[in-house]
Design a binder for this molecule. Structure first.
Ligand SMILES: [Cu+2]
Length: 267
């Protein structure tokens, strides 16, 4: 007796309407998640002020677009299930058919895919980190001691007759190495638009380095919850021309009185 099989059982799963609907939803959600996760987020961080930050942004774009199809896949199935399995009426719905079959091929596919994505994220991340750390070895770099305390940052320029400032001044296109420590609890020294961040631990020095490549005023923040006023533990970094930096060095060897203005560089 000839049997007409429905596409559910023929193995031609791609002909099923619900599969087609989910595929469309998947493509749509991939685009939305990828776009919001990259463009919107990157714009919110502001323009990059160093090569390191450009690398961070590129890496974020790549990672987000690599993860977007997976997030979208989960979301598409969730939305599809919520839309397609609605129940109307007063009585509880009849038992659904929980025919989840084991498929070694599907299992292998998701294990291999996740493993490859993790490996890719690890290797790409380590390469970016290595690139950033190369600046640590630059013998021409300016060395600056950064001290965090509840709830302020102070900067000492050891090579320059004991200049200490509450505002960080940096000359443009000159590598800088920061030696970071804390007076009390753990903080984290973060220059947002330069893509560097390192823990500030009491009794120890950590190091990070960057070469600012754009004149302007940027944000320094604490990135480690450190007490009541953690959210206010932020100030500015002024990146200026070599001449302006030297002038500031010569004229303001004060102890924390340095202020900054909206005009920024050279002020
Ligand atoms: Cu903090």
């Amino acid at each position: 007796m000839p049997e007409t099989k429905s596409p559910y059982f023929t193995g031609q799963w791609w002909k099923r309407t619900d599969v087609k609907r989910h595929l469309v939803l998947w493509a749509l959600l991939t685009a939305i998640i990828g776009y919001v996760g990259t463009e919107v987020q990157v714009r919110a961080m502001g323009a990059p002020a160093s090569k390191a930050m450009e690398n961070v942004i590129n890496l974020m774009r790549i990672f987000t677009w690599a993860a977007a199809p997976i997030a979208a896949f989960v979301a598409a199935i969730s939305v599809g299930a919520l839309m397609g399995k609605r129940h109307y009426g007063d009585n509880p719905p009849p038992e659904a058919e929980h025919a989840i079959k084991n498929s070694p091929r599907a299992t292998a596919l998701w294990i291999v895919t996740s493993a490859l994505l993790c490996l890719f994220a690890l290797v790409a991340g380590l390469i970016a980190l290595q690139k950033d750390n190369e600046a640590l070895l630059d013998y021409q770099a300016i060395k600056i001691n950064v001290t965090g305390q509840q709830w302020a940052w102070n900067y000492d320029y050891p090579g320059s007759a004991g200049v200490r400032s509450a505002v960080l001044h940096l000359p443009v296109n000159q590598p800088v190495v920061f030696h970071v420590t804390s007076k009390d609890v753990k903080h984290s020294f973060w220059i947002v638009q330069m893509g560097i961040k390192i823990d500030a631990n009491p009794g120890e020095f950590t190091e990070t380095a960057v070469t600012p490549n754009k004149i302007g005023v940027y944000d320094v923040r604490c990135a480690e919850l450190c007490g009541l006023l953690h959210a206010y533990m932020q100030n500015k970094v002024i990146v200026e021309s070599k001449e302006d930096f030297d002038m500031w060095m010569a004229n303001e060897p004060d102890t924390g009185k340095t202020t900054w203005t909206e005009e920024g560089a050279g002020a």
